[in-house]
Design a protein around this ligand. Structure first.
Ligand SMILES: [Zn+2]
Length: 429
């Protein structure tokens, strides 16, 4: 799907629905705008239910101030216009009050954008705008000042956040990433002291990697491949809808045969991923015209080392990532389901999945089907798609449960004898 070919009013409807569905705005709060090539600003209306917006609810503001549309524009129109005036490079502005960002704005703390590497890249540094009455010129000025200083992401004191970007999807991706990272940080603070990445680590992550692969043109798609493309899309959409993935992060692969597998593409919206977007990898070569996930070499190495692994999944789900950014170990001896599904979950150092591919691939076994890469991601293997997805779900649910339990009292793990009983009852090797 080409988001950039959609009309501005349709883009506003689609992204507002998405923000509302994922609990990142109330029906009355939040507003979006797009500036098109004519200088017209398209903005969401004031006082219309966010759950049932249509394209005809959107308002078009001409450069001379003329308003075209059925409703009044959002009361925050002045802040949108001031940002556009100050930053000709920005073509979309997103403003909302997600609970996570409100929380940071209440304690006047900026979310830490250095817990996982992509947050800083996607959101940039976060500026802070001083409190002022909604819809006032003063609030617009306070925010515009931060944008003038070069910030694209601004936290508003006792209010929410505002994000400017080159297009609305980019603004949404930054908003969602910031929300994810904020939830991760809040969870991590309940476990221990979150460990920030150093500048050297961020630089090492950003350093160019040689990902070049020879290309090939597949002659035909087997029925097994077509089924895998269909099923992968179903699980990728589900992972996104369950908030285990963000729009551009989260990787799935499925083995098809000898040194052949399908993998998610790099940097494509997971919510609308279609079977034809998935990338076929065969004998180390890549389907022509497509860019696979940057972790493609790791997936290949895992399949090579483990004939019993049929699917590999990499994710950044917030609760389990709280364990990845603190020194708190994740012990799966919680409930029988956790232990049966996850066995022993160990951690490996930041960047090891790119600098030590064979070491990471070799660390998986029946007893270690899941790995945490510090400050980076979790990797789940499975005999098939469902098995890998189930492990990610169990991992995130278990992490969430431990974090919640911390607020109630000390956690009692299943003891060694009980673990042995589970291993016998479920024939675990
Ligand atoms: Zn607001």
């Amino acid at each position: 799907m080409r988001f950039d070919l959609m009309h501005p009013a349709d883009q506003l409807v689609m992204i507002m629905q998405r923000i509302y569905e994922y609990g990142m705005t109330t029906t009355s709060g939040g507003n979006l705008s797009i500036r098109d090539e004519n200088g017209d600003v398209w903005i969401t209306p004031s006082g219309i239910d966010k759950g049932s917006l249509t394209r005809s609810d959107m308002i078009q503001i001409k450069p001379d101030g003329e308003k075209i549309g059925m409703h009044r524009p959002s009361v925050e129109l002045p802040l949108h216009l001031q940002i556009y005036q100050i930053r000709p490079d920005l073509k979309a502005v997103l403003h909302a009050h997600p609970p996570t960002m409100i929380a940071f704005s209440l304690v006047r703390q900026v979310p830490n954008t250095r817990l996982v590497p992509d947050v800083l890249k996607i959101c940039g540094e976060v500026g802070v705008a001083e409190y002022a009455v909604p819809g006032s010129d003063l609030l617009g000025q306070n925010i515009a000042r931060r944008f003038q200083e070069g910030y694209n992401t601004v936290l508003m004191e006792n209010h929410g956040c505002v994000i400017g970007a080159k297009d609305l999807f980019t603004a949404f991706a930054a908003f969602e990433t910031l929300d994810f990272s904020g939830r991760l940080e809040i969870d991590a603070l309940k476990l221990g002291k979150p460990r920030s990445l150093t500048q050297a680590q961020l630089d090492a992550y950003a350093a160019p990697r040689n990902l070049a692969m020879d290309a090939f043109i597949p002659k035909y798609a087997t029925s097994a491949e077509r089924a895998a493309r269909r099923d992968m899309c179903r699980f990728i959409h589900r992972s996104y809808d369950q908030r285990l993935f963000t729009a551009t992060q989260g990787t799935y692969s499925q083995r098809l045969g000898e040194d052949t597998f399908l993998i998610t593409p790099y940097d494509k919206d997971r919510k609308y991923l279609q079977p034809e977007d998935l990338v076929l990898i065969k004998n180390g070569m890549c389907e022509a015209g497509k860019t696979p996930s940057r972790s493609v070499a790791l997936h290949r190495a895992i399949y090579e080392a483990h004939p019993d692994v049929g699917s590999v999944l990499i994710a950044h789900a917030p609760s389990i990532m709280a364990f990845a950014v603190t020194d708190t170990p994740f012990d799966s001896r919680l409930i029988p389901e956790s232990y049966i599904s996850l066995r022993q979950v160990s951690k490996m150092p930041f960047l090891s999945s790119t600098t030590d591919i064979s070491g990471v691939a070799g660390a998986f076994s029946a007893k270690h089907p899941v790995l945490i890469i510090e400050n980076q991601c979790v990797i789940c293997t499975g005999k098939d798609l469902l098995n890998a997805f189930d492990r990610l779900e169990v991992l995130e649910f278990s992490a969430k449960a431990v974090i919640a339990a911390k607020e109630i009292g000390p956690v009692v793990q299943i003891n060694d004898q009980q673990v042995k009983e589970i291993e016998v009852a479920f024939k675990l090797s």
